[in-house]
Write a protein that binds this ligand. Structure first.
Ligand SMILES: Nc1ncnc2c1ncn2[C@@H]1O[C@H](COP(=O)(O)OP(=O)(O)OP(=O)(O)O)[C@@H](O)[C@H]1O
Ligand SMILES: [Mg+2]
Length: 359
């Protein structure tokens, strides 16, 4: 069951045939055009564009222009868009809530964010995804009254103003906002589709290394039990390289992507802090649940570098590999894209996973 958690759910039961899914990264916008074909999904086209600005939040006007450019580059006929919110702008947490309807859950959360989410979160919209209980509840012993068990719920929250701005921008771009979802759930949804067996059976960590941030989600037999955001991504790696080698950021970026062997040890120093942060999350889970994470699956732009993934592997002392979010998709890409998809795929993970939330 794919995690939905839409702050905006335009379809409410209606199934779209085609969908544009846009992952607004802090450095690179990733978008995919997907199509439902019976039981399977096809990837028709993708696009990577520089984010309009990557320091401040976008104005709706700028975002509208950007979305127009994305739509054009995709050559899409459909106007339905799913937009994912960056990991820093939308929280996702497992919470225990009483057995009440989802609409009431939203209100309960809104009125007591401190109680349920351990922080004040004013002016937020919330959505809830009820985690299906694993074992059926035991029948009550006759004559004994039992407390009604609480529900495990995955809660997502984002600023109302941001969701409104996104809706405005999509409309002003001449498109139709179908879903607005937290980007954090992208890797989990894409993983369920691409590796259904590992999803159902294993305890895995999904790490998405972005530009400014990286996220880690731990899935225990399909249940998202922990998620964290770490303020280290590809940007820090490049900036660190530039400083250590006394070269410009642009040069360092070129060297990082070209992966000259002589910079390996310098780069390793930069990967270290990220590895440490991720290891802390793994430790937290492993102590709490008393079981190891069997595998770390890495996505995001940085996962395009096999060498960096290997460095993380030695840092984390856990099996670490990149994976292919398109594994279960039918690839119906035009010429050059069909050739390059293998390289690009890790960077499309969030966009593909968010599309799955909407289909
Ligand atoms: N082949 C490669 N080797 C190493 N790094 C790469 C490669 N290709 C892209 N990157 C890095 O990936 C980063 C961009 O990744 P991505 O698109 O996942 O980030 P983002 O989604 O824009 O950021 P965020 O998720 O933090 O908002 C850049 O820092 C870039 O240097
Ligand atoms: Mg990203």
């Amino acid at each position: 069951m794919q995690i939905g958690l839409p702050f905006l759910n335009g379809i409410a039961g209606k199934k779209r045939n085609q969908m544009i899914s846009v992952d607004l990264g802090s450095r690179t916008t990733k978008a995919v055009l997907m199509e439902r074909r019976g039981e399977i999904f096809a990837l028709l086209r993708y696009v990577l564009l520089d984010a309009p600005i990557f320091e401040k939040t976008l104005s709706p006007e700028l975002l509208a222009e950007h979305l127009k450019a994305v739509h054009e580059a995709l050559g899409a006929k459909t106007k339905f868009v799913t937009l994912s919110i960056g990991v820093n702008d939308a929280i996702v947490r497992p919470v225990e809530l009483p057995q009440i309807p989802v609409d009431e859950m939203r209100l309960v959360l809104k009125n007591n964010t401190r109680g349920y989410l351990q922080q004040d979160l004013p002016n937020r919209v919330f959505d809830c995804h009820i985690i299906p209980p694993k074992a059926p509840a035991k029948p009550a012993e006759p004559g004994k009254s039992v407390a009604i068990p609480k529900l495990k719920v995955l809660v997502a929250g984002a600023k109302k103003e941001l969701v409104n701005d996104f809706q405005t921008a999509i409309r002003d771009a001449g498109l139709v906002a179908d879903h607005i979802v937290p980007g954090l759930i992208g890797p989990a949804n894409a993983f369920e589709l691409a590796m259904p067996e590992a999803f159902v059976n294993d305890s895995v960590a999904l790490v998405d290394i972005g530009f400014k941030n990286s996220s880690i989600c731990i899935l225990q037999q399909g249940e998202l039990v922990l998620s964290r955001v770490v303020g280290i991504g590809g940007d820090k790696l490049t900036a660190g390289l530039a400083e250590m080698m006394n070269i410009s950021y642009a040069e360092a970026e070129g060297i990082k992507i070209g992966m000259a062997p002589e910079i390996q040890s310098t780069l390793e120093t930069q990967v270290l802090p990220l590895g440490r942060e991720l290891r802390a999350s793994l430790d937290f889970f492993e102590h709490q649940q008393d079981r190891p994470v069997s595998q770390v699956y890495v996505s995001g732009g940085t996962a395009r570098s096999e060498l960096i993934v290997q460095m993380l592997h030695s840092e984390l002392v856990a099996e670490c590999k990149s994976w292919n979010p398109t594994a279960s998709l039918q690839l119906a890409l035009p010429g050059q894209q069909a050739v390059e998809i293998e390289q690009v795929a890790p960077q499309l993970t969030v966009a593909i996973g968010a599309a799955m939330a909407a289909f």
